[in-house]
Design a protein around this ligand. Structure first.
Ligand code: CUA
Length: 138
């Protein structure tokens, strides 16, 4: 039984690693909480490297409109001001949870120009379906 469990876990691990390479999204990371993460902002590290500090709240994302150049590699740090929200960007297969008191990080590369819709995919109250934002890549 232990061996079987071990093999199953190893298969899951390989599947996760493979999907992270296939979709160019990183493995989710949890970061120690710090007040500075609740200040929504975009930081440019160099021509292709960005950090987005995103804050989810009833019922919006801050920053709600983000502009990036094609090929930008972005570390997204996400937290919530109130309840649990989700952050989904379908076109880059990105799925994150926004948890009050916690920071989640993922890395995404925007290889193609376009408007990438951000939606909340965790029910968070009466304004849930209006909770969205966008990333404009050009
Ligand atoms: Cu926030 Cu649904």
């Amino acid at each position: 039984i232990m061996v079987l469990t071990g093999i199953t876990l190893a298969i899951f691990m390989v599947a996760i690693l493979r999907s992270s390479f296939t979709y160019a999204t990183g493995i989710p990371e949890c970061i120690p909480y710090d007040e500075s993460f609740t200040q929504p902002r975009i930081e440019k590290l160099d021509d292709k490297l960005y950090q987005i500090f995103a804050l989810a709240q009833m019922w919006s994302f801050e920053p709600s409109e983000i502009r990036l150049p094609v090929g930008a590699e972005v570390d997204i740090y996400l937290t919530s001001k109130d309840v649990v929200h989700g952050l989904n960007i379908h076109d880059v297969s990105l799925n994150m949870m926004a948890v009050p008191g916690g920071i989640n990080k993922e890395t995404v590369t925007f290889k193609k120009p376009g408007v990438y819709k951000i939606v909340c995919h965790e029910y968070c109250g009466s304004g849930h379906q209006h909770m969205m934002g966008e990333i404009i890549v050009n």
